[in-house]
Design a protein. Structure first.
Length: 377
């Protein structure tokens, strides 16, 4: 590692989270959501760490994400939640990947591209129960069942997605009721009795077993973050999996009324000591955090001042004596008795924690920590 910024991915915490989630789910299967590079944690290593832990499968956003996992030794079931164009069907077959269907007309286009020498991919049908993004209209399910029987495709699952499970329990229960009634009115389970039903995401999981059905899809909770707005009395004791750190690479003294950084957006009414930290918006530490966020140095909170640039930020260390070049800077995580959480970053950046979690991409090198092995990328 040649750059003084990195993220640490604690695979022991990941496995702990999965165990406590499985305990709360009882015998209901858990789909681990590893789309968006496992929410910025590294999909390959995350999947390797949990694929032998009796999970139901993995959820990704695209065929490309699924193929990357297959080509790196992941052999459990993978469900693509997004669209795959007809030309991608032979790859679904070759890599044995399960595909989401959210428009009835998908079937015809996919059928034309099937490789006759390989089994047709399994399909999970998505129903629109109120989000109005992706999903088959409930009224179209009965006709879709007939169309399935005229193709080689087999619907092995049927699901939907909650969009306000963290903030609106009434609308969430209404969506659940719509899902159940859609299956009943279309005679879906009579036509496909082995079809797996799933609808709960992380916040719905916290709302209780009535949302679990045959399996649940867990992303945010798996990585140790708890959804906002939900009743957290049912929240299992999950632990943060990601932390982000850097080193002080320089120190500057800024005189009274002297500008610094792009735009000279901040000036002080007395001299201040600043630490230069090599992380910026290209690393996922967004410019919107400028002037609002804090970092931890020597166990103390240091305000981020001035404009965050592509590769650097300034931290005010005037109140922290003896800061040295090379001192550890915690961007996300614990240092001493202090902690900066993903929720803190989201609040400071005026966004949601999901976005902040995904923003720390591959540019800061990842260090994967585990008692079983020491893996570093």
């Amino acid at each position: 590692m040649y750059r003084r910024v990195w993220s640490e991915i604690n695979l022991d915490n990941l496995k702990h989270n999965l165990r406590v989630l499985q305990s709360q789910a009882n015998n209901v299967g858990i789909w681990a959501v590893v789309k968006a590079d496992a929410y910025g944690h590294g999909a390959i290593e995350v999947s390797k760490a949990i694929q032998k832990s009796k999970i139901r499968g993995l959820c990704v956003a695209s065929l490309e994400e699924a193929i990357e996992l297959r080509e790196n030794g992941i052999n459990i079931e993978i469900l693509v939640l997004g669209e795959t164009i007809p030309e991608g069907v032979p790859l679904l077959q070759r890599y044995k990947i399960t595909q989401c269907l959210f428009r009835p007309e998908h079937l015809e286009g996919w059928k034309e591209q099937l490789d006759p020498n390989l089994p047709a991919p399994n399909i999970h049908v998505k129903i629109d129960t109120g989000m109005h993004r992706l999903g088959v209209p409930p009224a179209a399910l009965k006709q879709l069942a007939k169309e399935f029987k005229e193709t080689p495709f087999k619907p092995t699952g049927i699901f939907s997605h909650f969009h306000v499970a963290d903030t609106d329990p009434k609308s969430t229960f209404k969506a659940l009721d719509k899902f159940r009634s859609s299956l009943k009115e279309s005679d879906w389970m009579e036509n496909f009795p082995a079809c797996e039903r799933h609808i709960a995401n992380s916040p719905a999981f916290l709302r209780g077993p009535e949302y679990y059905m045959d399996s649940v899809r867990i992303g945010y909770l798996l990585y140790g973050s708890k959804p906002t707005g939900t009743d957290l009395k049912n929240a299992p004791p999950v632990l943060p999996v990601m932390s982000v750190h850097a080193r002080v690479i320089d120190r500057k003294t800024i005189e009274k009324n002297e500008g610094f950084g792009y735009g000279n957006i901040t000036k002080f009414n007395k001299p201040r000591r600043l630490a230069i930290v090599p992380i910026g918006y290209a690393d996922g530490y967004t410019r919107s955090l400028s002037g609002y966020s804090e970092v931890l140095i020597r166990g103390k909170r240091a305000p981020v001042v001035g404009a965050i640039s592509m590769d650097f930020l300034y931290a005010d260390i005037s109140h922290i004596p003896d800061v040295e070049i090379g001192d550890r800077v915690t961007i996300l995580g614990k240092q001493g008795h202090e902690e900066i959480t993903m929720m803190d970053l989201a609040k400071w950046g005026k966004t949601i924690p999901y976005e902040m979690l995904c923003s720390f991409g591959k540019r800061p090198p990842r260090q994967f920590k585990s008692t079983e092995s020491k893996l570093t990328i």
